[in-house]
Write a protein that binds this ligand. Structure first.
Ligand SMILES: [Zn+2]
Length: 353
């Protein structure tokens, strides 16, 4: 393929610069090794320039230009994984799903651990309306990169996968929250944290980290108050202050509210609704808040009673902290994906279902 004129100029300029920039350039006749090195350097730079040009053109929606540059970059540097990925992206953006499939197939053939390659392949298959092939590609992408939201959404969209929502109340506390997110994400899972303002205010970064990693942040009042024992004004203040703090700390406006002790009445329900939040109870309560319960009991309770589309109540307590890894692994092994409340499709309004 021919270089476009502008690029030829760039390439020539780059070559000239290399040559001119070499102060002690020996006569051409006696410098075969030096020339070979210079030519190789120049070729590498040209491939890099072509790659950058292709990337920029793709970003601007100039697909033909992008494709030309990326193909030429690949001709010069067939091992350039990113160029091949972008070529697939370029075809996908133009709804040329067969070409996209071919490009991403080449990526994963050469780089079987490329999560982006498997994700692209899944999307290409989905574009070709071949969901049975798309699903394993998305699953491979998610296994390689459990934080890939796009791969996760692909699995949820196509999979007949069972969903379950793990909700964790109280806190947040840094160590527990990070561990819960890490363990859930190992299997592409997400968690809903019901945080109290009183604790969130002490951990300025944690709400932002929860949100950035795709977990859900819900409102659990300012200081774990029983709202049914407060005046409407005070109850409103408990909810509004907490939601305001969550937003101030980089979270989204909370869409879910869990009343401490499960205590609510018509006034509390109305206040939550006025603040844009859904009252959220639970289906399964392993009673991990009870210090007499061991972590082992919590694991057994959850794994033996888990059902599709249910909401599990857990707390930031030490016994549960020690078994987080087993809970998320056990649910994964039983065929569940842990999803956020807004992905569950239902929201229990009573304790125990
Ligand atoms: Zn609580």
């Amino acid at each position: 393929m021919k270089l476009c004129p502008a690029l030829s100029i760039v390439a020539v300029c780059a070559l000239s610069l290399v040559l001119v920039g070499c102060p002690a350039r020996p006569p051409a006749s006696s410098s075969a090794p030096a020339l070979t090195t210079t030519a190789a350097t120049s070729r590498a730079e040209t491939a890099e320039q072509l790659f950058v040009e292709g990337k920029l053109a793709l970003g601007e929606g100039k697909y033909e230009q992008a494709e030309r540059a990326l193909r030429e970059a690949l001709r010069q540097r067939p091992d350039r994984l990113e160029a091949r990925l972008l070529l697939g992206r370029c075809a996908y953006a133009q709804r040329q799903y067969e070409q996209a499939e071919a490009a991403f197939r080449e990526v994963v053939a050469g780089h079987p651990r490329s999560a982006a390659g498997w994700l692209g392949l899944g999307e290409a298959y989905e574009g070709l309306k071949r969901p049975t092939e798309a699903l394993p590609a998305y699953q491979a992408a998610l296994t390689l990169d459990p934080q890939s939201e796009a791969a996760r959404q692909g699995v949820l969209r196509l999979g007949q996968i069972k969903r379950i929502a793990i909700t964790i109340d109280d806190g947040p506390s840094l160590a527990y929250t990070l561990k819960a997110m890490d363990e859930a994400e190992k299997y592409g899972g997400r968690v809903t944290f019901f945080v109290t303002g009183r604790w969130a205010v002490k951990e300025a970064q944690i709400v932002r980290r929860m949100a950035r990693r795709g977990h859900q942040v819900g409102n659990h009042t300012w200081d774990h108050a029983d709202l049914t024992k407060l005046s409407a004004d005070k109850a409103r203040d408990q909810l509004a202050r907490t939601s305001d703090l969550i937003v101030k700390q980089g979270g989204p406006q909370p869409a879910f509210f869990r009343p401490p002790y499960g205590a609510h009445n018509a006034t509390v329900d109305r206040l939550a609704a006025e603040l844009g939040m859904k009252l959220t109870m639970w289906d399964l309560d392993p009673a991990d808040w009870n210090a007499a319960h061991s972590g082992e009991q919590t694991v057994q309770y959850i794994l033996t009673r888990a059902r599709p589309d249910t909401v599990v109540l857990m707390h930031q307590v030490h016994n549960t902290y020690t078994v987080l890894e087993r809970i998320f692994r056990g649910l994964h092994d039983a065929g569940y994906m842990c999803v956020r409340l807004d992905e569950l499709g239902r929201c229990p309004e009573k304790m125990g279902g």
